[in-house]
Design a protein around this ligand. Structure first.
Ligand SMILES: C[S@@+](CC[C@H](N)C(=O)[O-])C[C@H]1O[C@@H](n2cnc3c(N)ncnc32)[C@H](O)[C@@H]1O
Length: 244
């Protein structure tokens, strides 16, 4: 299910408290992507996308609002993965903690091939990996401030299923002539997150669907998917990934 609407209203309307097993999302980085190199690309949908050219203050408010929704809907003990690049990493790290998530690690996506940029061309992005703690603690580890909610399905935090994966993932970026979204992530980057942090039949949510790699990886691995995308064009591209 992909809703062609803003994730904040969409989540308020369509997602119950603590109903989601896993969130994987790639928000606007507020770098005006369509506004830089991609302005020259003639493909449909390669202009600037929503919420990617806000003032710093608006971006902080927008990011806080959707992160609060993400925190509300995620089940205790379950994981969230948020894509971000080095320029917005400090802000996203801080805001994720601010809304209540516990950051567990930062995955470095090594794209193998270099991209744009000068004075060292870009070849990596980050994926912040965090959990909604079952038991929220203050700095002193023994001080529990939010015990498990009565009736909560999770008694303890989920762990990733494999202990042998590292936090550097080498996954080739898509070649620009194959891309259908200006910041498209490869399905091969998303699939390990789905397999490591959810089980078949569980609910995976993406707040910023774009061209739908999370949708594809989730459905192809037997997960239930819900997502939000404001652009009708990108919404359609995402839905085209899976033929009924
Ligand atoms: C960084 S891109 C996601 C790209 C996606 N991961 C992919 O691989 O195609 C962010 C997307 O979020 C959408 N977007 C921006 N603001 C939104 C909002 N409030 N609710 C839902 N989608 C939004 C944009 O249209 C854009 O497609």
């Amino acid at each position: 299910m992909i809703y062609n609407m803003s994730c904040i209203e969409g989540s308020q309307q369509h997602l119950e408290d603590e109903s989601v097993d896993l969130i994987i999302t790639d928000p606007p980085y507020n770098l005006g992507y369509g506004g830089t190199g991609f302005r020259k690309v003639k493909k449909e949908g390669f202009g600037t996308f929503a919420n990617d050219e806000l003032s710093d203050r608006e971006y902080r408010r927008f990011t806080t609002d959707w992160l609060r929704e993400a925190y509300r809907v995620l089940k205790p003990g379950r994981h969230i993965y948020v894509c971000i690049d080095w320029r917005k990493y400090p802000l996203m790290f801080w805001l994720m903690q601010h809304v209540g998530f516990t950051i567990k690690n930062c995955i470095v996506w090594d794209k193998i091939h270099m991209g744009m940029g000068w004075q060292y061309r870009f070849q990596h992005e980050f994926v912040i990996f965090a959990v909604k703690d079952v038991v929220k603690r203050r700095r002193a580890p023994q001080q529990i401030i939010a015990p498990v909610k009565a009736g909560s399905p999770a008694a303890k935090n989920r762990r990733v299923s494999s202990r042998s994966l590292t936090d550097v993932w080498k996954v080739p970026k898509l070649s620009s002539n194959k891309m259908i979204h200006p910041t498209e992530k490869p399905v091969d980057l998303i699939t390990p997150m789905i397999l490591q942090s959810s089980q078949e039949g569980e609910m995976v949510v993406d707040f910023f669907v774009g061209s739908g790699p999370v949708y594809e990886a989730a459905v192809k691995n037997g997960r239930i998917f819900k997502g939000f995308e404001v652009s009708p064009h990108h919404c359609q591209s995402a839905m085209n990934r899976i033929q009924p």
